[in-house]
Design a protein around this ligand. Structure first.
Ligand SMILES: Cc1cc2nc3c(=O)[nH]c(=O)nc-3n(C[C@H](O)[C@H](O)[C@H](O)COP(=O)(O)O)c2cc1C
Length: 409
């Protein structure tokens, strides 16, 4: 029986930097090839001090890229000039394993001071990196900052280091991830979860005007919706539309933004976009009420109490759920922000609003925060509790649940 080849027709550039785990990169190269990938290798000069390029040249049948200007520098490579642009264009995916602290620091700064860094800068596809180093180096503030910059701002995919005995004798985090985990990460990137899907996301608060200068709004930061948009793009959604209330969060580059102010404006935009969407995620905090009238002039200050009559806003999610009931598409995802009885309230809302997935979180954990604790409930009975996670991690988990539904249908 022939083995499945999840990376068939995939061109991978394997970047190898100068850490003690370099000896494992040769095995990784073989694993990628066995999974069907065409592999070419670029080594840093430091990496060539640990293992000679000959190993990789023999495994791949291609010269190894080392030097930007083609001199061998005594490292034993073939020394021909291999253009960094040509290499960057060759690769569907760049995999860097091991990734040294120094390489990551240079890439976080956008430097191009050796062949691998230049290829990394020029490469426009996904980048997977597997850091490996001594525990002290890994825990250093500068390394932490560079790693989070590469993941959060540059969009790289990290396969984090494992814990255990390190070659330097220390015990702790820093050893290269298991090679199987690196291979899995490459395969996951090759099969992006929302390939070709049209995703509509509402984000942020609404603002219901009282007069020309005052409004009723809420404390939604918009971060959750914007992180969902980032993750949807990351998983190759064809089109990501963010229907965005007034908030400081910035939707990711590449998303289409429809700015709105009131719940009624949001409803018009949602209804128009939902018709052709594969997924609608309602992460906005929509005001339940609005002032019965909007004063055309600024209300004047006066002594004593005033009262402001409020009328209910449309239930955007409920109405959409009722209209789409029984349909597989779009997959509808709602959010329940509660101050008590999270699980019961989210369960109730899942049924009442007739959505496929309901994400519940507590106001005290989620509002104006980059982290949250959530529960994801599905109409098939599945329940997942996140524990304390960043909103990026929660967004990834929600996309994962959505993609499983696509895979099942
Ligand atoms: C024996 C030895 C082992 C090393 N192991 C590592 C390591 O595991 N991780 C790391 O980040 N740096 C390690 N270094 C330091 C790097 O080799 C050094 O920072 C180098 O400049 C990295 O260059 P590169 O990123 O271009 O490969 C090691 C150095 C030596 C001499």
């Amino acid at each position: 029986m022939t083995k499945p080849q999840p990376l068939r027709d995939t061109k991978i550039l394997l970047g190898v930097t100068g850490g003690i785990a370099v000896y494992k990169s040769a095995e990784l190269c073989r694993m990628l090839q066995r999974a069907g990938a065409q592999v070419r290798v670029v080594m840093s000069e430091a990496a060539c001090r640990f293992v000679t390029p000959l190993t990789f040249e023999t495994l791949t049948g291609h010269p190894v890229g080392i030097h930007m200007f083609g001199d061998t520098g005594g490292t034993g490579g073939t020394g021909g000039v291999i253009s960094h642009i040509e290499l960057a264009k060759f690769a569907d995916i760049l995999v860097v394993a091991p990734a040294t602290a120094d390489y990551m620091a240079r890439c976080a700064q956008g430097r191009a001071n050796d062949l691998l860094a230049a290829v990394t800068l020029a490469h426009e596809g996904p980048i997977i990196f597997a850091p490996a180093m001594n525990t002290g180096m890994w825990r250093n503030f500068a390394t932490e900052r560079n790693v989070s910059d590469l993941v959060e701002n540059h969009g790289w995919h990290m396969v984090p280091p494992g814990e255990g005995h390190l070659a330097c004798g220390d015990q702790g985090p820093g050893r290269l991830a298991e090679l199987g985990d690196i291979l899995d990460a490459v395969c996951a990137v090759r099969r992006p979860k929302l390939m070709g899907k049209k995703v509509v996301i509402t984000a942020g608060p609404t603002a219901e005007d009282i007069d020309p200068v005052r409004s009723i709004t809420n404390r939604s930061s918009g971060i959750m919706g914007c992180e969902l948009a980032r993750m949807a793009l990351y998983h190759a959604a064809l089109e990501v539309t963010v229907i965005l209330g007034p908030c400081p969060a910035e939707p990711p580059w590449g998303s289409r933004v429809i700015p709105i102010r009131s719940a009624r404006e949001m409803q018009v935009a949602v209804n128009a976009e939902a018709e052709t969407a594969d997924v609608v995620i309602m992460a906005a905090a929509v005001s339940d009420w609005r002032p019965a009238t909007i004063s055309p002039e600024k209300l004047k200050r006066a002594d004593g109490t005033i009262s402001l009559p409020l009328v209910p806003n449309p239930d955007i999610l409920g109405e959409l759920g009722a209209r789409m009931a029984g349909r597989d598409r779009p997959i509808l995802v709602g959010f329940a922000l509660e101050t008590d009885n999270l699980l019961d309230s989210a369960q109730d809302k899942l049924k009442r609003k007739q959505v496929h997935i309901m994400v519940g979180n507590m106001a005290r954990d989620a509002l104006e925060s980059a982290t949250t604790e959530a529960v994801i409930l599905e109409d098939n009975g599945a329940v997942w509790e996140s524990g304390r996670v960043t909103k990026t991690e929660l967004a990834d988990a929600i996309i994962d649940r959505i993609s499983r539904r696509f895979a099942q249908s």
